[in-house]
Design a protein around this ligand. Structure first.
Ligand SMILES: [Zn+2]
Length: 412
């Protein structure tokens, strides 16, 4: 297949001068789901015999967007909490009164796996129409052995049924369930001694994540859980410094975590240290917005030091957005990040946060043909039309899955 005549192809190829990163009047050649050619249309003309041609005149092409932090699978919804939140109840107030994560936990425990799959499928359909081709999905609304396994099995079913690829993360340490309110260390033992071994034995996750913050899991508990995960081959991720800095980002460095996420209360120095140590910072501006925290992470500090970060939706019941274009808007306007760096955060660096950069995240020879065509003639227009879905086509592993803005291949 040839995707040709695009006004710009943003390749995000590494180790090339930044001015060559954007190919004007570009074409991408695809064979057997992989990228076999990328360059100027006139240079590629005649080099390939295409059975299918997609004309992208007046449009731009980017790598498929990667949502590297979501809580995709859960039951129920939380609209009833909105008035309380607007009245000033904090996230931790809601959690202590049995709301927030715990509300969703009750609904998820009561739900069958098939219902979770149905709800998740609707979300994935929305995501792919907005240009997302790979999604990370965390468990963490079950908080019992059986319910955590149920969520991860729903994730596996979704991955098999839907064109979007899903990277599964075990996050039994998302909250302390009410039955262990007074015995949190017993719950940690359940996570390390039963959940992690069973998740690993059933090959249900690639990563292990912990919500390390005041009132949730301490640094010591998080260390114990992440080390147990590592023993079973689960790479570490950590929810760090979302509400307070208790040392979670330092723990991420100590353990060589793949990524540290949220980082709202991380100092400039700690943020730079984190990224220099090779931990991918994952910023979640939609979570800042919906929690009304009135602050964003210091993305500028990273860029000024030549460091990169990923950005993701944090899709969850209190932050339910399928649109990474909306997240891009928040990132760029909220943190004064140039659009091209915002797109890098949603593609190449997001792939690194999932350890998938060998296959995903940029448009270069040999990588998977996951591509988005946006109906704009210059990438900067992505911030010139707030709130609109500007996706015209999505190609997943070489197949067109969104055509003219419409989903064509759900359940394939
Ligand atoms: Zn999260």
């Amino acid at each position: 297949m040839l995707l040709q005549n695009a006004s710009q192809v943003l390749t995000f190829r590494e180790r090339i001068p930044p001015d060559q990163m954007i190919v004007e009047n570009g074409t991408v050649a695809i064979d057997h789901g992989r990228i076999v050619g990328v360059g100027k249309t006139e240079e590629l003309r005649g080099k390939f015999e295409a059975s299918e041609i997609l004309d992208a005149t007046g449009k731009i092409v980017t790598p498929g967007l990667i949502d590297c932090h979501t809580h995709l699978v859960f039951a129920g919804s939380r609209e009833r909490e909105l008035d309380m939140r607007m009245a000033g109840f904090s996230y931790m107030d809601m959690l202590k009164s049995g709301g927030g994560i715990l509300r969703t936990m009750y609904d998820t425990r009561a739900s069958s796996k098939d219902r979770l799959v149905q709800q998740g499928k609707r979300v994935l359909d929305g995501m792919v129409v907005h240009g997302t081709t790979t999604v990370e999905a965390k468990s963490g609304y079950g908080l019992t052995v059986e319910d955590e396994l149920k969520i991860l099995r729903a994730v596996r079913d979704l991955d098999g049924q839907h064109p979007v690829d899903i990277v599964p993360t075990f996050m039994g340490a998302h909250a302390i369930p009410p039955e262990h309110e007074d015995t949190p260390n017993e719950y940690v033992k359940l996570v390390t001694g039963e959940m992690i071994p069973q998740v690993a034995a059933n090959r249900l996750a690639q990563f292990c994540d912990v919500f390390c913050d005041k009132g949730v899991f301490s640094v010591e508990q998080a260390r114990e859980i992440l080390l147990a995960g590592r023993q079973y081959g689960l790479l570490s991720k950590i929810h760090a410094d979302e509400f307070s800095d208790i040392g979670a980002s330092r723990l991420a460095i100590e353990l060589g975590a793949v990524s540290a996420e949220h980082l709202l209360h991380t100092s400039r120095e700690s943020l730079i240290r984190l990224a220099r140590a090779g931990v991918v910072p994952v910023l979640l501006p939609a979570a800042s917005l919906t929690l009304m925290e009135n602050r964003f992470s210091d993305a500028k500090a990273l860029l000024e030091n030549g460091l990169h970060f990923a950005v993701a939706s944090d899709f969850n019941p209190s932050c339910p957005t399928e649109s990474l274009q909306f997240v891009l808007t928040l990132l760029c306007f909220g943190m004064k990040v140039p659009v091209v760096e915002g797109l890098r955060a949603l593609t190449l660096t997001a792939a690194k946060a999932l350890r998938r950069e060998r296959d995903l995240g940029s448009i270069e020879l040999g990588k998977m043909a996951d591509l988005v065509v946006f109906d704009v003639s210059d990438y900067r227009f992505l911030l010139q039309h707030l709130g609109a879905n500007l996706v015209s086509h999505v190609i997943k592993s070489g197949a067109v899955v969104v055509d003219d803005g419409k989903l064509v291949k759900a359940g394939g």
